[in-house]
Ligand binder design. Structure first.
Ligand code: HEC
Ligand code: HEC
Ligand code: HEC
Ligand code: HEC
Ligand code: HEC
Ligand code: HEC
Ligand code: HEC
Length: 478
């Protein structure tokens, strides 16, 4: 069988869970009903509805399997219409579901409207409650799928994400032939540790590590390094903060590794164990009902990065005090970052702290790509910084490398076209953007830059058409 086909088959179903079901039927059955076991749905059912987002003046209409977006002009005519099929749902709906569209080129695009289970209503997806949001152009990257999906091809999480490779176990089914994460919290933290979801990159993968390369049982630090805002601990509270907030708790810090996720959670059933009394025997603790402790010490709160969901605050406190936010906070954080949980080497820490363009920052990024010669995104960061420093031919060379490394990476082609255009190589810039527009016809910036380049080349007709497409995709693009 051809290798690509084999991979496609292996990824195509709960093959791995089915392998286990024969002997671990009860676990397989209960796990398939948890949020993790339902983390992705192909071709989800959506209820018909309309939704108007005033801030960006856009109308949305859900019909069977599709999301349409339009605006209305002064004469009442529908303009800037886009319609996309809804192919994948991310999230079980325990709290929310974000929809995605699969393009003809095989990309997954995040759709701007999500379903929220507590209000039972559609609202903008997290990060999209803004006047000029990315519309239907933002790609669902592998980093997103790493936490929500079993594999790069969207599928619900299965046993192997916590138990790893099962081949030895399948040929000799017994204890000791497969990884049992009884004591390891890192198996959970691979997905449940996030310091900040927006504004900084909260983690940087180690050189040579691809997104889906983490193996259960290996030290998390061998896979990636974590960073946090230097102003932490702030009263920040986000959707994916179970690990981050638990680590601030006295219960965690002062119990010498005895408190892990599994102390309170059975990952196969999503049942919560009454675990507090195993450590707390004070009069108060004995008097209160074990099931009631979390309500006072781990209350549910509105997440600051997704204001339509309420999550459990895992920072166990005597007297938790907080205010629920009513608006998404889009204030950028520009301060320094510090290592969190893992120890960062000096170069990675310095790179995590690169903000303003400068010769020194460019030198750091150049050193960093030397250590990460297969990391296309790192070349794009360096290339963009070199453009800002007006070192255009150097930028061009780095960005060509990025395009070769990852021809699907639209940001590489867009930046390469800018480096070429600024050097007066307009014909080639236009060719690069034409190629980008066919590999990613949903990206408004590609059409916008193509239009600008074609105008400089006096190809007005084609420039106008490209601009119309940019505006259709992202009304108000400038
Ligand atoms: C042919 C039967 C069979 C299949 C198929 C099977 N297992 Fe097992 N598994 C066993 C037996 C038997 C044990 C030992 C149970 C015991 O001693 O209580 C076991 C134990 C385990 C353990 C505990 C290991 C330890 O050292 O504590 C894990 C984890 C496990 N299986 C996971 C899986 C996963 C994941 C799959 C699917 C990839 C799977 N098993 C498929 C029979 C099977
Ligand atoms: C591959 C990434 C991944 C790993 C590994 C992982 N989780 Fe999760 N977990 C998620 C995601 C994503 C959700 C939300 C799923 C949803 O509802 O859509 C979730 C949900 C949960 C929930 C909510 C209950 C539910 O509905 O499932 C609990 C509890 C939980 N995880 C505990 C754990 C524990 C404990 C571990 C480690 C033993 C762990 N998780 C490992 C990604 C992961
Ligand atoms: C670092 C891992 C991580 C990344 C990256 C991540 N998520 Fe999550 N996400 C989680 C975890 C874990 C939960 C469950 C949190 C909880 O229940 O405490 C979650 C919750 C959600 C939920 C709510 C699910 C439910 O019903 O409980 C949605 C929807 C969601 N994420 C969408 C996304 C999308 C879309 C992306 C990428 C654009 C993304 N997430 C990126 C880990 C991640
Ligand atoms: C989210 C992470 C996670 C997933 C996914 C997961 N497990 Fe587990 N599993 C654990 C942890 C943690 C333990 C050890 C702690 C415990 O027993 O509660 C464990 C223990 C086990 C054991 C040993 C139980 C015993 O008696 O010692 C078996 C068997 C097992 N898992 C099978 C499976 C099968 C089969 C699947 C898929 C249907 C699966 N697990 C999915 C985290 C996971
Ligand atoms: C593995 C043991 C363990 C478990 C389980 C545990 N705790 Fe703790 N907890 C501790 C330790 C140790 C401290 C610190 C005591 C000290 O400072 O002397 C602590 C402190 C606390 C404090 C005081 C916090 C502070 O900042 O002063 C509260 C409140 C608390 N725990 C509540 C709970 C609740 C509620 C649960 C269950 C949801 C729980 N704990 C589960 C070990 C645990
Ligand atoms: C001291 C007990 C305790 C520990 C330790 C603990 N949790 Fe929880 N967790 C809870 C409680 C209680 C809830 C709320 C359950 C409910 O409302 O049904 C919860 C809820 C959750 C949820 C559901 C979404 C939400 O926020 O309400 C996820 C996901 C989760 N925990 C993940 C984790 C992970 C991952 C770890 C380890 C990093 C962990 N928890 C450690 C007690 C704990
Ligand atoms: C009705 C709300 C409520 C419930 C339910 C509750 N607590 Fe508390 N708890 C408090 C308050 C209030 C304090 C004192 C805070 C302060 O220091 O002023 C406290 C203090 C504590 C402390 C630190 C002081 C001490 O007595 O050790 C621990 C530990 C604790 N609680 C554990 C628990 C456990 C375990 C449970 C469940 C068996 C529980 N609490 C249930 C409200 C509650």
């Amino acid at each position: 069988m051809n290798a690509a086909l084999w991979l496609a088959l292996a990824y195509s179903s709960n093959l791995f869970a089915d392998d286990c079901r024969a002997c671990h039927a009860a676990i397989a059955e209960s796990f398939s009903r948890t949020g993790m076991g339902r983390s992705i749905t192909e071709r989800p059912a959506v209820s018909p509805a309309t939704f108007y987002h005033a801030l960006s003046n856009r109308h949305y209409t859900f019909t069977a399997g599709k999301l349409k977006r339009h605006q209305v002009d002064a004469a009442g005519v529908e303009i800037n219409v886009i319609e996309k099929s809804i192919d994948v749902a991310i999230g079980s709906g325990n709290h929310a579901v974000t929809y995605a569209h699969r393009t003809g080129q095989g990309r997954l695009l995040e759709l701007p409207v999500s379903w929220y289970s507590q209000p039972k209503a559609y609202f903008m997806s997290p990060g999209y409650d803004a006047a000029n949001h990315p519309g239907m152009s933002r790609e669902v990257l592998d980093t997103c799928l790493f936490c929500h999906s079993d594999s790069p091809r969207p599928a619900a999480i299965t046993c192997r994400r916590c138990h790893g490779d099962a081949s030895a176990h399948l040929s000799k089914p017994a204890r000791g032939t497969i990884y049992n994460p009884k004591q390891s919290m890192e198996v959970c933290l691979q997905c449940h540790l996030e310091t900040v979801s927006r504004g900084i990159s909260d983690s940087i993968r180690q050189p040579g590590r691809s997104v889906f390369s983490y193996q259960p049982g290996e030290p998390l630090a061998a896979y990636k390094l974590y960073f946090d805002r230097a102003d932490a601990p702030q009263p920040r509270f986000e959707v994916n903060h179970a690990g981050y907030r638990l680590m601030q708790s006295a219960c965690f810090r002062k119990s010498a590794g005895k408190l892990t996720c599994v102390t309170c959670h059975d990952p196969h059933t999503a049942k919560v164990r009454d675990a507090c009394n195993s450590c707390h025997q004070s009069l108060h603790a004995r008097k209160e009902n074990a099931a009631a402790c979390p309500a006072c010490h781990m209350p549910k709160r509105t997440a600051q990065d997704a204001i339509h969901v309420a999550m459990t605050d895992h920072w166990i406190q005597r007297n938790p005090k907080f205010e629920n936010p009513r608006q998404e906070n889009h204030q950028p954080y520009t301060g320094p970052v510090v290592p969190f949980y893992t120890k960062a080497d000096p170069l990675t820490l310095a790179v995590a702290n690169v903000r303003e363009p400068s010769a020194a920052s460019a030198a750091l990024l150049a050193k960093y790509v030397e250590r990460n010669p297969a990391n296309a995104s790192a070349f794009v960061s360096l290339g963009k910084m070199l453009i800002q420093l007006n070192r255009l031919s150097d930028a061009e060379q780095r960005l060509r490398r990025a395009v070769t490394l990852d021809p699907m990476l639209t940001a590489a082609r867009t930046a390469l076209a800018v480096a070429l255009g600024r050097q007066g190589k307009l014909e080639e810039a236009a060719r690069v953007l034409e190629a980008a527009s066919s590999s990613n016809p949903d990206d408004p910036l590609v059409w916008f830059n193509l239009s600008t380049t074609l105008r400089m080349l006096n190809r007005a007709d084609r420039a106008d058409a490209a601009m119309r497409e940019a505006v259709r995709l992202q009304p108000g693009i400038r």
